[in-house]
Design a protein around this ligand. Structure first.
Ligand code: GLC
Length: 440
């Protein structure tokens, strides 16, 4: 007889907190910037030895839960070190250059600016030239709520505002205010098949998708990662639902942060800005018939219709109309042919031809990230969203199952949504998977 999973393992107990603290400690690093030492956390020791943008935002949130407010603040402070004058913040900062072995056509070459960096003695880049989902203000709000540190808040507020203005100045293509990404990697969901219809007219294998995304990155590099040129000539421009959802939520958080700091007028300004962009998200991406949000391929001026977790993400917005949230839940979250699998929420709906529960396919040249596996960070965001819309039971169930995964197997990068096993090629001791401690 097959024994049912032991859900008594699912409480957030001291043991889980101790293990999460150990992983975060193990992944902590120091950055030396103009003679001062800052601390940040790598996503995982072997696979990801640098500072990633949205990972660090999640790490700051985790540190508040682990009762380490100074680490939470330093994680954010370190992110700001390489912010550019115009507000841009890169998706990766390469603090430890000894780990930066650059080969021609590797992502470290394709997603950075210098052309000769693959040569042994030529200068190496300090950052990538892409972005990641803008979840910065939300992380700062969590840290502020926990610490009440107004002095610190005031040191980061204007920089955060500049960061969000960078998007409206550089990444909008019309007056609706939705922002575009210029490569799949900018979405944080690297090889998600959601981008396959944008880059090809066929269903792609992970290898084909990787090949085409490399070509895309190369063409962006040739355009010098200049946003004006890329918006004019680039091949990949997508209004991404997940990225825009976090942008809208970030604007809402930023408004509240100004409120906490007692700055008059800004709260209203950011609220109105977020309302305008949310209006465009619903107008341009919501498909009433399907009951889902779709990414918009700006070049082809059409929806990119493939059911992935991206289509569900607006649930995180507390301002999303109730009936829209209800459709997402009843038609999709609870649909066992799509997203309600034994270990939800898979990154791709099960009934999509590109769905892969396991990551170990002999033909794959690459790890097929986000092509079906379940991830802790998207679950964490979704759980919060479901609670904001009153779906407490469903949220608790997903939280329980997510905690079960990490308690049983440890903190892995992603898990198989059908049997709950960690991905065979997944990174272990993966920092943001400790978000499982932040789900009660
Ligand atoms: C993978 C994920 C990306 C994350 C990075 C570092 O590339 O797809 O979202 O930021 O790993 O953890």
């Amino acid at each position: 007889m097959v024994r049912p999973p032991d859900y008594s393992l699912t409480m957030v107990d001291d043991d889980l907190i101790v293990k999460a603290s150990a992983v975060m400690d193990h992944n902590s690093r120091q950055a030396n910037y103009h003679g001062r030492i800052y601390r940040y956390t790598v996503p995982s020791q072997n696979h990801y030895p640098f500072q990633w943008f949205w990972d660090s935002c999640f790490h700051a949130i985790i540190y508040t839960r682990l009762n380490l407010p100074e680490r939470a603040k330093s994680e954010i402070d370190c992110l700001f070190l390489r912010q550019r004058e115009n507000g841009f913040m890169p998706h990766i900062q390469f603090w430890d250059k000894s780990k930066l072995k650059i080969r021609l056509h590797s992502w470290k070459w394709l997603e950075t600016r210098p052309f000769l960096s693959f040569l042994p003695f030529s200068p190496k880049p300090s950052t990538s030239e892409e972005i990641q989902p803008p979840i910065l203000a939300q992380a700062i709000e969590e840290v502020y709520k926990k610490t009440g540190d107004l002095v610190w808040l005031k040191t980061v507020l204007q920089k955060t505002e500049r960061y969000y203005h960078w998007f409206s100045d550089n990444r909008t293509v019309d007056s609706g205010g939705l922002i575009v990404i210029i490569a799949p990697f900018e979405s944080g969901l690297d090889q998600s098949p959601a981008y396959d219809p944008v880059i090809s007219d066929r269903v792609l294998t992970p290898n084909q998708s990787l090949h085409i995304t490399r070509q895309l990155a190369f063409s962006n590099k040739l355009l010098l990662y200049n946003n004006f040129l890329i918006k004019r000539f680039g091949r990949f421009l997508v209004k991404d639902v997940l990225v825009n959802t976090l942008y809208i939520q970030g604007l809402q958080s930023l408004g509240r942060l100004y409120g906490y700091a007692g700055v008059i007028g800004k709260e209203d300004f950011f609220r109105k800005w977020s309302e305008r962009v949310q209006g465009s998200l619903i107008k341009e991406c919501w498909d009433k018939e399907a009951g889902l949000f779709w990414n918009v391929d700006v070049r082809k001026n059409r929806y990119s219709k493939l059911k992935t977790v991206i289509s569900l993400m607006p649930i995180v917005l507390e301002t999303l109309p109730g009936e829209t949230a209800d459709r997402l839940v009843s038609d999709h979250f609870l649909n066992s042919d799509e997203f309600y699998l034994p270990y939800p929420i898979p990154s791709v709906a099960k009934d999509e031809p590109s769905f892969r529960a396991s990551d170990n396919h002999p033909a794959d040249l690459t790890r097929p990230l986000w092509r079906g596996s379940t991830w802790v960070n998207t679950n964490w965001m979704i759980i919060g969203g479901l609670r904001r819309h009153g779906y407490f039971k469903l949220a608790d169930k997903i939280a329980e199952k997510t905690r079960y995964l990490v308690k049983k197997h440890g903190f892995w990068e992603y898990y198989n949504p059908i049997d709950g096993k960690p991905g065979e090629l997944a990174a272990r001791n993966f920092s943001w998977s400790t978000l499982a401690c932040c789900m009660s």
